[in-house]
Write a protein that binds this ligand. Structure first.
Ligand SMILES: Nc1ncnc2c1ncn2[C@@H]1O[C@H](COP(=O)(O)OP(=O)(O)OP(=O)(O)O)[C@@H](O)[C@H]1O
Length: 256
């Protein structure tokens, strides 16, 4: 059987700092299959962002292991894309130059194919015609779309998304969620998506993990009982409402 895209095995993470010791994660074990979309919910400070940093190789586990495609994560990997809460674009560079930034950063130059790819990605995220604009000239939602296009430039197999829509207004957030469904239907990816929104998790993901409070570990792992493709009408399905209600009550009772 093919190895999972991501595998956490009895992982523990402790931070020792001058101000003391924080046990962020304890005994975390779960797998994410290739091209599966997993959302992670949990109370503030339970180690969700730390999980993403471990997958990306930006942090070494204190105990246990994290594997990506069967190999223990050591170095930061460039086959993993990351989308943050804020788009963190270069303010002086055009939209297009921001999207091709990972190529420039990696090799010091950008090939014509990468420029073409950037144009295609900008089309895909709905920003055709904005390539020569500066980030400041775009709305928050548009800037976040640039961040998504940038994360997809190197066609990573894994995309890590850390509360990517939390800085957006409610309507833009919903639209971005549906756009994401469309983008991944066109170009499947393995996605780990952190959110504080129960309904967003239910609507977008194949599976939802709920974490305990600190030290974080996986409290429950629920399969979303709705097929794909999904779209705006999916949000009205009873299964999504029921799952959201279940997750919400679970979080309120147990995870705090
Ligand atoms: N580099 C670090 N040094 C020390 N402590 C850290 C470090 N990174 C994270 N922590 C601590 O680990 C715990 C988990 O942090 P993390 O950011 O992963 O939580 P989170 O679930 O993403 O939180 P939120 O939902 O509020 O974004 C917190 O107590 C945090 O203070």
């Amino acid at each position: 059987m093919a190895s999972p895209a991501i595998r956490f095995d009895t992982l523990g993470q402790v931070f020792d700092t001058r101000s003391g010791r924080t046990e962020a994660l304890r005994d975390v074990s779960f797998e994410v299959a290739r091209h599966e979309f997993v959302a992670i919910l949990g109370p503030s400070g339970c180690g969700k962002s730390t999980l993403l940093r471990l997958i990306a190789g930006l942090l070494r586990p204190t105990s246990g292991s994290v594997e990506v495609f069967g190999l223990q994560v050591g170095e930061p990997r460039d086959d993993i894309g990351i989308v943050f809460q804020k788009p963190t674009l270069l303010p002086w560079a055009t939209v297009e130059d921001n999207v091709v930034f990972p190529a420039r950063h990696k090799r010091g130059r950008v090939s014509p194919e990468e420029r073409e790819r950037a144009a295609a990605l900008l089309r895909m995220v709905g920003l055709e015609g904005f390539a020569k604009r500066l980030p400041d000239e775009l709305s928050g939602g548009m800037q976040q779309r640039v961040g998504i296009a940038r994360a997809l430039l190197m066609d990573p197999d894994i995309l890590l998304m850390d509360e990517p829509f939390s800085a957006l207004d409610a309507l833009t957030r919903e639209v971005m969620g549906f756009d994401l469904l469309r983008i991944f239907a066109e170009r499947p990816k393995t996605v780990v998506f952190i959110t504080h929104s129960v309904s967003e998790a239910a609507l977008l993901a194949d599976r939802v993990l709920v974490m305990t409070g600190r030290p974080g570990s996986v409290l429950t792992d629920v399969v979303v009982p709705v097929g794909r493709p999904r779209g705006p009408e999916t949000a009205n399905e009873k299964a999504i409402h029921d799952l959201s209600a279940y997750l919400r009550s679970f979080l309120l009772q147990k995870a705090a």
